[in-house]
Write a protein that binds this ligand. Structure first.
Ligand SMILES: Nc1ncnc2c1ncn2[C@@H]1O[C@H](COP(=O)(O)OP(=O)(O)OP(=O)(O)O)[C@@H](O)[C@H]1O
Length: 424
């Protein structure tokens, strides 16, 4: 136990000014610095009603309502200060309140805000983590598929060969295209993009190929000397495909990287894609498997997005709880890496503690397991597994065991027995 003398020294040397009142709002303690500012004698102030010593005080509101005031503006001696006021409780009953001044005036506040600003700028400069992933090193994942993809990129990037990237939506086709450009001899030249699915069919030809009669250059021309990334090429109308092929034969030096989420061979079979254009584009074909076929990449991807969004949100170190990881591992991720990114981003903002619990995941993920889980144990074993999971998750969410017992409709002793049984 700290002696009274030590406690007094700590209180007196605290940066903040503060006051403690009893439930009648009489001052029990006020520190020396605060008294100096208020121009009152400390010995005289102690025992006096707080509103006689501190103008515009709101301590009585806290004592009456039991509600805390955080960073509440307090006008005193011609200036606004910021104050925190919290009720003091003994056995759940209000016995008084503690008030402290966190910013004594605007100059305190300006000083702090300037410190915060420069520190945050420094953190941002040091923070090399970016989600504008464009380089080979930004491609995360250690699955065989990703490793050999990265090896192939290193080999083919310096050439001028056209590349066709095939993969479901959100698998990282644009990222792969950028990393090829970045490793190529054209990295400092134009890198022009066009998304065939995002531009109405009737405008696509003009956008892509331009029109000399109205002196409009298309993106193909703009990419001269550099690279043209044609996203969703499978959505390009046949007529534009024919014109593109013709232009490619005459046009200046452009490297084409095309991407598609539908296999072009299927579109050729359906007569929706020209075979001659396909052969012109696919000198090198890179296939990115969907995430569900390379689930070993999930932890690294989740970690990358977690660190990024945690820093962006200015939160402390966040971790995925074991249950959350389990749900994520069982899910099939139809939106691939982009879906992981979105789920983690939302979870970071939805989490109140240092752990991301399954409650921060969308229902599509938490319900998915329930629908698709294969059961291998006896009914008794499976029921016990589920019971363990429910109790463990509720304990993570609500720390207070009495409240957990209440929520689950158990007596406290039954809850304790189960905690012991399941080693929670
Ligand atoms: N292996 C990876 N490592 C790190 N980030 C990745 C990886 N794959 C994808 N991403 C990120 O996921 C997001 C989606 O990727 P991208 O836009 O490249 O996908 P896409 O296949 O082009 O999607 P769409 O077909 O819908 O246009 C981007 O933020 C990208 O940086």
């Amino acid at each position: 136990m700290l002696s009274e003398t030590v406690v007094t020294q700590i209180l007196e040397n605290a940066f903040q000014w503060f006051v403690v009142v009893d439930k009648e709002c009489r001052i029990l303690y006020i520190n020396e610095d605060y008294c100096k500012f208020l121009e009152v004698d400390k010995e005289e102030a102690i025992g006096m009603p707080v509103d006689k010593v501190i103008e515009n005080t709101k301590m009585h509101e806290v004592v009456t309502t039991g509600k805390e005031h955080i960073a509440s503006p307090h006008f005193i001696k011609g200036t606004y200060m910021l104050a925190n006021r919290v009720p003091l409780l003994v056995n759940g009953e209000i016995v008084g309140a503690f008030g402290s001044v966190i910013f004594r005036d605007m100059s305190d506040w300006n000083l702090l805000s300037s410190h915060v600003k420069t520190t945050m700028e420094k953190i941002h400069q040091e923070n090399t983590l970016t989600l504008h992933a464009t380089k080979l090193e930004d491609i995360k994942g250690s699955s065989q598929a990703i490793r050999s993809l990265k090896e192939t990129i290193q080999m083919i990037a310096p050439s001028d060969l056209p590349v066709l990237i095939q993969g479901e939506s959100g698998t990282g086709k644009e990222l792969i295209a950028s990393s090829i450009v970045e490793r190529s001899t054209r990295s400092t030249k134009a890198f022009v993009k066009i998304n065939c699915a995002a531009i109405p069919a009737e405008l696509l030809e003009l956008e892509l190929l331009g029109d000399e009669s109205i002196k409009t250059s298309g993106r193909l021309h703009q990419a001269a000397g550099g690279t043209l990334f044609i996203d969703e090429i499978g959505a390009m109308p046949m007529i534009v495909q024919a014109k593109l092929l013709r232009k490619l034969q005459e046009v200046e030096d452009v490297r084409i990287i095309a991407a598609t989420n539908r296999p072009l061979q299927t579109l050729i079979a359906q007569q929706k894609f020209r075979e001659d254009l396909y052969y012109r584009l696919q000198a090198i074909t890179l296939r990115i498997p969907p995430l569900r076929e390379r689930m070993e990449d999930l932890p690294e991807l989740a970690e990358t997005f977690l660190r990024y969004y945690q820093q962006k949100a200015g939160k402390r170190l966040l971790q995925l709880s074991t249950d959350t990881r389990k749900f994520m591992e069982k899910y099939h991720w139809p939106g691939n890496v982009r879906e992981v990114q979105n789920v983690i981003q939302a979870a970071v903002y939805l989490s109140h503690s240092d752990w991301i619990e399954p409650t921060a995941l969308p229902d599509s993920i938490t319900n998915y397991q329930a629908k698709n889980q294969a059961y291998h144990g006896t009914l008794q074993e499976e029921l016990e597994n589920l019971e363990k999971q429910i109790i463990s998750q509720t304990l993570h969410e609500i720390k207070d065991k009495t409240l957990v017992a209440e929520r689950l409709g158990l007596s406290r002793s039954t809850l304790y027995e189960k905690i012991k049984k399941y080693n929670l």
